[in-house]
Design a protein around this ligand. Structure first.
Ligand code: AMP
Length: 421
């Protein structure tokens, strides 16, 4: 067949059943963890004023190079969200809730104009949480623990937690100076892109994945060696909380994350079941200055985002979380024209029995083939005889218990028993 004129754009995908069902089931598992921990659901717009994102990452690739931004018909600069933290914090500032800490969870698509490859798409899905209004290191522990428990609920075993502290405004000047001096001394050896990044934000150079930068980055001064006593104490409390929950972590002093707003606790989850380049299945951290930079009162915050598409790849690699079975309970084969199936399907669905049916007045053989393909447990056959006697033939599609005629009036009771409801 010739390829169709229109196809999903590069880096985007149609997710069809059963994969789509699995995707939804994953979000349900996440939603349940959020409910258990007292997080409310937030649904914010998919597009925002471009400024919302410019505020949060002017020296990052996500914001400067990968954003889907455009002018709308009113001449406003708009961006499809590349991530949700900025949107959620914008919403927090706008609605100014008084019940702090304010705990929200979300799910949905994000958009980044990246080079598509396995596990890296231009439209991808995330689930995540944000907590605003508390400095307490126990919040950091709760946030990390929620992600950890979620991975466990999916059955994932091969997830490692990388942990760092990026310090705060009190620790940063001295560290930035040390870092900048170090990189400037060796700037000739850095890649051209990193030399440019250095002018904007020396911290971001640490995030370079370019091979020529790696040996220089490896010897760069570390933030964890420049923390003030207060921040060091905060970080120690986070570590101790994780230990109390038996959540193992690896201190990763060069972990900086892809956006500018992070302060203090930062973390990433990597799946060791996935290829190295695309093995991050989630990440997050504190962003104590973000609410203020979006025009709100100074409010500490912390959160994470986990990549749904990539988590499902990791689940495949581990052979876990197969997703729900979505076959109908019964398949109705109507040999009397089709209206009987319409009425019966309606009645069964109303009684909570999943019923699919044949269309187009096809032959018994053709409809039975579709019934078979549907993997329904039972076929319900209505022919002229059944219609005349007010019955339905119930055929077992899985075992070999044959078929029986059941009076129409007893049908729901009979099906409920046979389906083990
Ligand atoms: P980030 O905030 O950029 O670290 O993103 C959080 C998580 O989203 C990552 O750990 C990935 O699992 C996922 N993610 C980020 N970008 C993409 C992408 N382009 N395609 C698929 N998943 C992504």
């Amino acid at each position: 067949m010739a390829s169709p004129k229109f196809q999903a754009l590069r880096g985007t995908r149609d997710i069809l059943t059963p994969d789509s069902e699995r995707h939804r089931a994953l979000v349900d598992v996440f939603a349940e963890q959020c409910r258990l921990a007292g997080y409310g659901h937030i649904m914010s717009p998919i597009f925002e004023d471009l400024g919302v994102f410019l505020r949060v990452g002017e020296s990052t690739d996500v914001v400067t190079k990968e954003m889907y931004d455009f002018e709308d018909k009113d001449g406003r600069r708009i961006a499809l969200r590349p991530e949700l933290t900025a949107s959620v914090v914008r919403a927090f500032v706008q609605h100014n809730p008084t019940n702090l800490p304010w705990k929200a969870w979300y799910e949905g698509p994000q958009f980044r104009h990246e080079k598509p490859q396995a596990g890296r798409y231009r439209q991808f899905s995330q689930v995540g949480i944000e907590v605003l209004g508390s400095n307490d290191p126990q919040v950091d522990v709760e946030v990390i623990a929620l992600a950890w428990r979620f991975y466990q609920e999916l059955g994932m075993q091969e997830v490692s937690l990388l942990l760092n502290s990026l310090g705060d405004d009190a620790c940063r000047p001295a560290y930035f100076e040390a870092l900048e001096t170090y990189f400037r001394d060796r700037s000739g050896e850095l890649s051209e892109a990193s030399q440019e990044t250095l002018d904007k934000n020396p911290l971001r150079v640490l995030d370079s994945k370019r091979s020529e930068d790696q040996s220089i980055i490896a010897e760069a001064p570390l933030m964890v060696d420049h923390l003030t006593a207060e921040t060091a104490e905060h970080f120690a409390a986070v570590r101790s909380g994780l230990e109390a929950l038996a959540i193992s972590y690896v201190i990763s002093p060069r972990l900086v994350r892809g956006l500018d707003y992070y302060t203090r606790t930062t973390f990433e989850f990597a799946s060791t079941a996935l290829e190295n380049a695309q093995n991050a299945v989630g990440g997050g951290g504190r962003y104590d200055g973000l609410a203020e930079s979006l025009g709100g009162k100074p409010t500490p915050g912390i959160g994470f985002a986990l990549g749904v598409d990539r988590i499902l790849l990791a689940c495949d690699a581990e052979g876990v979380f197969p997703g729900p079975v979505t076959t109908p309970d019964v398949f109705i084969v109507d040999l009397t024209g089709g209206q009987q199936a319409t009425v019966l399907a309606d009645e069964l669905r109303n009684a909570g029995i999943a019923a699919d049916r044949g269309f187009d007045g096809r032959s018994l053989k053709a409809q039975m083939k579709v019934a078979d393909r549907s993997s329904a447990a039972l076929a319900l056959i209505i022919g002229e005889d059944e219609l005349a006697s007010g019955a339905v033939t119930v055929r077992d599609m899985r075992g070999d218990s044959g078929q029986t005629q059941v009076p129409r009036t007893d049908l729901i009771g009979e099906l409920t028993t046979r389906l083990g409801r």
